[in-house]
Structure formats: C-alpha cells, structure tokens
Design a protein around this ligand. Structure first.
Ligand code: PLP
Length: 746
C-alpha cells in the first residue's frame, strides 16, 4: 500500500487526516515537531502502519531518509494563523516558505510526484463581497497569508510532468480534533457559549469568512491524493462549502440560536481587515468533492466534546497556537524552548529512540587522506626495485628534521619502536623506573616493561588530560631513569616544568609525541625540546606512512646509535672503532649490540614524503572543524572541553570531549553506541592503563590510585576530526551529540 508522508501529522488537521489514511489502508509517516505533544496521536501511535519521525521542518537535512519509499507528501506543517506568524516574521518565512520549498525540492528529487500543500483562503485577504474563485485577485493582509501565497507560487513553479503540487486553500477550520484548537472562530464561539455563557463578537463582526469542517479538510486531502494526477497537477482548489460562508455577526447569532442561554457580547477593537467570501465550485466540479458538514454540525460536534468531558478548560494555553508558541519561544532551550536556531536540534529523536540517524552514511571515526602524489611515489618505489630502507627513508628523515626544526630525525617502523629505542639509547635497563602518564596508549608503558624496567604512573591534570607536572617530583626515586610525557590528543605537556624536574634529578626526557606532530610549546616545535621525541605515522595520526615512526634528537651521535639499534645493532662503521688502520676492500657490517628490526621501508617513506608536504593543510582543516565543534559545544552543559592554555599550540590529532555522565541517564559506552546508531564513529583515548588487566594484576593498581585518569577514563570520547571530512559531516556529528544528550539528559 502507498506510503504517505504527512508533515504536521500531529496537528489539528494532521491527526484527523492520519487516522483516515490509516483506515483507508495507507501507510503513514508523520513528520512533526510534536510541539503540542504526542497525545493527539493516541490510539494510532502504535499502529504498525504508522511511523513517527520527530523533527523540525526547518532541519530537513537532518533527516536524509525522510522521503525514502514515500509515494505522496501532504505538507501540513507550518505556522498556522496570523498571530503565530506575527510572533516572529522571519521564523515564519523560514517555516512556511523556505522549508516548504526545500521539502518540495527534495520530494521532486526523490521522484515523488504528488505533493499536497495546505494553504489558506486568507490569501484573498481584503476580498470583495462577491464569491472569490481560485483565480480571483489575492490581497493578503498578514504575514501568514503572504507566506502561504508565496509558498503556493514557489510550489507551482516546480510543477512539471514528473512533479504535481496540489494547493488546497482551506477555509477557516472548525470541528473536533484530537489536537483541539479553540483559537478558531466556530470552536471558540461554541466553547465560550458553553463554558462562559458568552458569545464574543470580535473586530466588528461584519467581516466574511468561509468555514470548513476539519473532517472535510482531511477528506479533501485524500481526494487530492487519489484523483487522476492530470486533474490536479499544479492546480489550486478552495476547500469548503458555499453555504459555510458567514459574516461573523451572523455566525454569532447562529451560535446564540444553538446556545440560547449564552449572551452575545461585542468586543471593542479594530475592524478586521480581512473579509472574504469564497466559492467552492471548482473542487466540486473537478474532483467531485462535497464538504459534508455545515457550521451548525460543527457547533453540535463541539457541544458533544464538552458533553463527553473531553475538554476541561477551553481557555488552556494548549488550545491556542500563539500562546503555546510564544511560551516555547521564551523558554530556555534546556527546558524545551527554542530561542536560537542551534537549539532546534534537540527536538529530533536520536536513532536509539527511533529517530533518523544524524548521518545518512557511516562517518568513520577517522579516515586517512592519501592522494595521487602518494600513490605515484609508492608506485615509483615499487618499480625501482629498492623496497626496504633506502634513499627515500633518508630523504624523509631530512625533510622531517627540517620541518620540525630538529637537528636529526631517525625513521623507524612505529612510534612504539621509537619509544623502545629511545629507552635503550637512554640506557634504561632492568630494575630502573620510568615515569609516565597512565592515560595513554599501551605502547608508552609496554616498552618500559620490554626493557625490564618499571613504569611509574603519575596522575594527569583533569583539564588538559596531560601528566600533572606538580606530581612528578614526588614519584622520582633513585631508580628513575626517564620521564615520558605524553602529549595527549596533540596538546603539549608542560615541558618547562618537566624539564626542570628532570634537570634537578637527572632522568632523561623522552616525549611521546605520537599525537603531537605540528604542536608547539611556548613557540617551540614539539621535536626540538627534549633529548628524544617520538612521533607516530599510524593511519589515524596527523600524517601516515601506514605504520611508521620517527625519533628526533639533537645529538648526531645519538641519532647514529638509534639507526644502528633499529637495524639489528649492525654497524657498517664498526670496523672504524675496532681497527687501528684504515683497511681497504670490503668489510661486512658487525653486530655491536643485540639490536632490533625497527627500520622504516622506502615504501613507507614514499607516503611520508608527500604527507609531510600536506601537513600544514591537514592541520588547518583540523583547526577549522575543531572550531566548528568548539562553538557548537560551548553552551552544552553536559560537555566539558579540555583546556587549551594560551602558550600551547594544539596539533589537533584528536577532538576529545569530556561527558558529564552524572547528568546523563546513559554511560559513556552507551553514548558511543548511540553515536554509532547515528552513523557516527567515535573513539576513546584512552582508558587509563592502570585499569587494564595486566597492569592491575602485575602492579596491584586500584582505580583511585590515579583519580583523575580514573575519572576521565569513563567520560572521554574522541569525535571524528580529520581533513577528509566535510562541514556537513561535522554538522552531523554535532546534531548526533546534541540529540543524544537531549534524549539522555536526567
Ligand atoms: C600516545 C601514543 N603513544 C604511542 C603510540 C604508538 O604508536 P605506533 O602505533 O606508531 O606504534 C600510540 C598509538 O596510537 C599512541 O597513541
């Protein structure tokens, strides 16, 4: 059966229409902001043929699948009377015109032919007393009428042999609906007569109005869906019945006849500038539509609602669009209001609660940017026949050293290898201790253990996620041989303070700069500060050689030693040291230390050469997206962003947010699941090492030994941040995060 998308399906007409459509066997997808709640859908909400998508019509792009498998669209969503539109004309244009056009364009792109639009007879505005037909002159006198007329015209401009907009100009509605309104003349007069025994005549009463029962309005919609498309394509129909044209004062008299115990009362005020009597001949002749209900019927139907006890207080705000809208407008966003456009986002359901995923396609947490230059260079290397360590590694080392401003750079197979070799070169041996942060990747501490030494963890600063320099000194003992500060996410550690402690007590400093290529500490590039700095070129890092690492060092002698260590401990120059004379002829290299196979290959270096050239552009893109995130999350109470002290330049390898899980109903891990459901990948950097099984068991750590690392371990999330993503991707991430927070807020 055909699927009908009904925007505003929980509104006054919408919830009547959706019931009729379901009864007629249609599948119905409602798109509604649910401004007035879900109650109007009671009784149908769990119908298997009904789908409910909660969203704002202005944010259609957040709902990429909204039109999937839809056969026709009925567009009812909008601001639906003069005072509501007067609240904020700019918002009214957005909602009633821009969003309508966008929805129609998307429907047309999706090949959905029929598009029913609910307009209003108020486009006739200050009309004549003669009956007005569809082509009569329009004299809109309100923002509301103007938005409807403009939207009509824009829709008709889109009509062609594949797209058939149908404009239904409704007379003023009346009659009972599960989403009741008492800001409509007939309903209001009846309610006043019943509840207050007063029939109030506003604005002089001489103005004419046509009326249509909400059930008839819904039926006209269905007829427009079902009529032969040729009869309705790009056409406009007034919807009502001729004998439902009433002068307001006459209507009041009619109400008096029906409710004789109530008194007529004129409410002083300006005369209504709108007055129109409308002909409904066209829809009758062309579509055979006859409105079933008279105003008299409507009065009786409203009376029945009161008799049935459905309405307690017809004066309640819920029955008056403008009152509820102005309330919502003034309410802070955290309690459901909508003062700024960024805050419209939370009204969408997260995917875990049945909403549309924020992103149509899976956005991986990270994806490397490898271009043709890299491909060509790799191909060139493969074809050269020299695959492993060779001239390109040498070139890469020189270019890297130059980029960073370091005297020497030694390329190796990974950052893990870089850290390990640095420890070896620094003379760390069994029984020694090495201080580092527990909030790091396993590599940092594993290599200490590989050397037979003991990792000594020092807690991190909660706001930077980096090792707390004030705590390092306390951890230093006679066995401390090295300190490994880890620049988490690319934010440099407090190097002056760390170096000062090292100078005082003697250990050497080995920076784990796996994340920090491109970062600066007090204007100095990371890679130029300590004895050893280790970088990573793993695929998610700021540049990649697939696997790969680099060590920058100031002293050439140490660089030579690192190269020997990375290549089995073989030295070509060994003979120099062991022979007194300059020998001639071939001299095989000698093992001078039981070294490692940690060399980088020319294939890896081929990638690195070009990645390095692109690094500045990569970081600029990361900065751009990080700023977009910063702005979006600045006012979200449940998110804390790590500090960025002014003397540090962040390399923006990772964009980490700290979730205030105490304010949320879900855990960080569930949050990541919810992000995945939104088609957004995410990571955790990191769960503190002292919480991992091996470290727990070997060293007897308890969670509270490092309270800040422990605290952060179940609160941090890394969001996608990489040059290849787009602004739209960043926006999707923001939408996803905000939707989930809004849903999960305690
Ligand atoms: C902080 C840190 N140190 C070291 C490493 C090890 O780097 P690699 O994978 O290049 O060995 C990583 C890897 O992600 C890391 O995040």
């Amino acid at each position: 059966m055909a699927t009908i998308l009904v925007t505003g399906g929980a509104g006054y007409v919408g919830c009547v229409l959706c019931r009729m459509l379901l009864e007629a066997g249609y599948q119905v997808r409602i798109f509604d902001r649910l401004y007035f709640g879900e109650d109007p859908l009671e009784g149908i909400i769990s119908n298997p043929d009904l789908e409910l998508v909660r969203g704002d019509i202005r944010r259609l792009d957040d709902f990429p699948h909204l039109l999937d498998d839809v056969d026709a669209v009925v567009h009812l969503a909008g601001l639906a009377n003069d005072p509501s539109c007067d609240l904020d004309p700019e918002v009214s244009l957005d909602v009633n015109i821009t969003a309508t056009r966008r929805l129609a364009e998307r429907a047309k792109e999706a090949g959905i032919e029929r598009f029913i639009f609910s307009s209003s007879c108020s486009v006739y505005g200050r009309g004549e007393v003669d009956l007005l037909a569809e082509d009569s002159e329009k004299k809109p006198v309100s923002v509301y009428a103007m938005t409807k007329l403009t939207a009509e015209r824009e829709l008709c401009d889109l009509a062609d042999d594949k797209f058939a907009p149908v404009i239904l100009r409704y007379a003023t509605l009346f009659g009972p609906s599960p989403r009741m309104r008492f800001d409509l003349a007939v309903n209001q007069l009846a309610a006043g007569a019943i509840k207050k025994r007063k029939i109030l005549v506003f604005q002089g009463g001489r103005q004419w109005r046509p009326f249509v029962h909400v059930q008839d309005a819904a039926r006209a919609c269905i007829m427009s869906i079902e009529a032969p498309v040729g009869k309705v394509r790009g056409d406009v129909f007034n919807v009502g019945r001729d004998d439902n044209n009433w002068q307001i004062v006459e209507l009041a008299r009619l109400v008096k006849e029906r409710f004789p115990e109530a008194d007529l009362e004129e409410v002083p005020g300006d005369e209504d500038r709108r007055s129109y009597r409308v002909s409904f001949g066209k829809i009758r002749e062309m579509l055979g539509f006859e409105a079933k209900y008279t105003v008299e019927d409507g009065l009786e139907h409203v009376r029945e609602m009161f008799d049935d006890g459905v309405i307690a207080d017809p004066e309640a705000d819920i029955y008056f669009n403008v009152r509820l809208l102005s309330k919502l407008r003034d309410m802070p966003a955290v309690t459901g209001g909508e003062p700024t456009s960024a805050r419209f986002i939370p009204f969408a359901y997260p995917s875990i609660a049945g909403g549309e995923p924020a992103s149509a396609h899976y956005l991986p947490f990270v994806s490397p940017s490898i271009g043709e230059e890299e491909e060509q260079e790799v191909l060139d290397t493969l074809r050269s026949g020299w695959l492993t360590t060779g001239p390109k590694v040498g070139r890469f080392e020189r270019q890297f050293a130059e980029y960073v401003g370091a005297a020497n750079a030694v390329a190796v197979s990974s950052c893990t290898a870089a850290l390990h070799l640095s420890l070896v070169a620094a003379g760390v041996s069994p029984g020694d201790e090495v201080i580092t942060s527990p909030l790091t990747w396993a590599a940092t501490a594993n290599v200490v253990i590989h050397q037979g030494a003991t990792p000594v963890f020092v807690d991190v600063d909660r706001s930077t996620l980096n090792i707390d320099p004030a705590l390092i000194e306390r951890a230093i003992g006679p066995k401390t041989k090295a300190i490994i500060p880890v620049h988490i996410a690319g934010l440099p550690c407090e190097m002056d303070a760390i170096q000062a402690v090292a100078d005082k007590h003697g250990p050497c400093v080995i920076e784990d700069a796996a994340h920090a290529l491109g970062a600066q500490y007090r204007g100095k590039n990371i890679g130029t500060i300590s004895e050893f700095t280790c970088f990573s070129f793993y695929p998610i890092k700021n540049i990649t050689t697939i696997e790969g690492g680099m060590i920058t060092v100031a002293e050439e002698g140490i660089a030579d030693r690192l190269r020997v260590l990375s290549n089995f401990g073989m030295s070509k120059d060994a003979w120099k040291r062991y022979s007194k004379e300059q020998p001639s002829g071939y001299h095989p290299p000698e093992v001078v230390y039981p070294g490692y196979k940690y060399n980088m290959t020319d294939v890896q270096a081929s990638l690195g050469l070009h990645q390095l050239e692109k690094l500045a552009g990569f970081i600029a893109a990361r900065e751009r997206y990080a700023q977009v995130y910063d702005r979006a999350f600045a006012d979200v109470d449940e998110i804390e962003l790590p500090a960025l002290p002014a003397h540090l330049k962040h390399a923006l390898h990772l964009y980490i947010i700290i979730l205030d899980i105490d304010r949320l109903k879900i855990t960080r891990n569930e949050f990541i699941d919810a992000l995945r459901a939104e088609n957004i990948g995410a990571g955790i950097h990191f769960v503190s090492l002292h919480l991992h099984q091996y470290y727990r068991e070997r060293y007897g750590f308890r969670p509270d030994d490092f309270p800040n690392a422990n605290y952060l371990s179940d609160r941090i999330i890394s969001l996608p941040l990489y040059p290849k993503m787009t602004e739209k991707n960043a926006h999707d991430v923001i939408v996803a995060v905000k939707k989930i927070i809004n849903h999960a807020r305690k």
